[in-house]
Ligand binder design. Structure first.
Ligand SMILES: Cc1ncc(COP(=O)(O)O)c(C=O)c1O
Length: 384
């Protein structure tokens, strides 16, 4: 079927996401999929039983628009415990169907046509299209290769009277880097005395390694009062397919964001919210996550030690970045496709996380996989 009228694109130049492309290629080729960021192991069965319990109890109709209060209350308790930050569950915490929708709602609600949003690349692929859909203008800073650190002077130079928002992400997808307290203080200095809102994407808050503490913007009161924090239950509980997340924001920002959000989804999944309101009380689930993923990171690194790939530092998230300069001169997209076809391992080329496809010859490998998958993929990759 074909629509015969004119179809104007709001997102010209945007094609099918590389994640879909690589996952499809992985399926066609029966390749191991280290491309898309999701665990290939089960979530805790107790969590599934809880969802089941609440479905059977009849909690199958719309939840309140901002989310179930009992879940918001538990998030408030957790946030205060972890980051010493107090959020009012009634007015400052909102549950959404996933982190991506929270990001979209925040940008749609706060960014006016012509407003500028500073995005630091490489970055999660939803930021820039969301800004464009809101009529905003993305201004790009870059993490400094090869350490992928932020040059705050570069960020400062991008700030104009039109800057509405700066987006940060820690632990970082795709590079696995984290922001330090010193980064946060530099950001604080840049935005002081301005109307700039910070959106801090912290969906990997519990996947951080080597005993380092996650530096949430919540920990910095002067930043927190102008920030929206994005979180995802999918990353924390190995349930990315459930699409459950939330955002924290001061009351007046929350009010505006909820205005837009209510017309996007209205509310998130009811039985899962009931289940999470109970399950979240089990602190060990997220307190043990750093050790769980650190073991995977270290095992995967060990398996890749004999390969020609250069392993870049990974301090958080479940992504290991690798340079392949010693193996090939191909562009990262071509190289990723080639090894999917020939070596049966699908990865993501880092250039797709830049608006201008900047290519440092680095691939991103997701290590949220069972040991057998890690072993098989490492065996194939070490043959290159
Ligand atoms: C940096 C980052 N932010 C947000 C999200 C979205 O989370 P969700 O799956 O809850 O929409 C992801 C998912 O991959 C991510 O990597």
């Amino acid at each position: 079927m074909q629509f015969n009228g004119v179809v104007k694109s709001k997102l010209s130049g945007v094609g099918t996401s590389i994640f879909a492309v690589m996952s499809q290629l992985a399926n066609e080729q029966k390749a191991i999929n280290l491309a898309q960021g999701f665990p290939n192991f089960m979530c805790n069965k107790d969590l599934i039983s809880l969802v089941n319990k609440f479905m059977n109890k009849g909690f199958n109709q719309y939840a309140p628009m901002p989310g179930l209060l009992s879940l918001r209350e538990q998030i408030a308790i957790k946030t205060e415990k972890l980051y010493s930050a107090v959020y009012n569950p009634e007015t400052e915490i909102t549950i959404t169907p996933g982190g991506t929708l929270a990001i979209y709602a925040v940008i749609e609600a706060l960014v006016m046509p012509g407003d500028e949003v500073i995005i630091i690349e490489p970055c999660y692929d939803s930021y820039s299209p969301s800004v464009r859909l809101a009529g905003g203008v993305a201004k790009f800073a870059r993490l400094q290769f090869p350490k992928f650190t932020i040059d705050w002077n570069e960020v400062k130079k991008l700030v104009t009277f039109k800057t509405k928002m700066i987006i940060i992400n820690t632990p970082h997808n795709p590079t696995g880097t984290i922001l330090t307290a010193s980064d946060m203080l530099k950001l604080e200095k840049i935005v002081e005395n301005s109307d700039i809102v910070v959106m801090s994407d912290e969906v990997y808050e519990h996947i951080i390694f080597d005993g380092v503490e996650h530096q949430s913007v919540c920990r910095f009161p002067k930043l927190a009062e102008r920030s929206v924090v994005i979180s995802s239950f999918g990353k924390t509980y190995h349930t990315t397919g459930w699409k459950m997340g939330y955002f924290l924001a001061p009351e007046n920002l929350t009010r505006e964001i909820r205005k837009a959000y209510q017309f996007m989804a209205f509310a998130a999944n009811t039985p899962i919210q009931h289940a999470l309101a109970e399950y979240i009380k089990n602190e060990d689930e997220y307190l043990n996550l750093p050790a769980f993923y650190q073991e995977k990171r270290d095992y995967f690194k060990k398996l890749l030690k004999g390969s020609k790939f250069k392993l870049l530092p990974c301090s958080g998230s479940y992504f290991q970045c690798v340079g392949y300069e010693k193996i090939s001169d191909l562009s990262d997209v071509e190289f990723a496709k080639k090894i999917t076809l020939e070596n049966k391992v699908a990865t993501i080329p880092i250039s797709v996380f830049y608006h201008n496809a900047s290519d440092n010859k680095v691939l991103r490998l997701c290590f949220a996989k069972d040991n057998e998958t890690l072993e098989k993929s490492a065996e194939a990759l070490t043959q290159l």
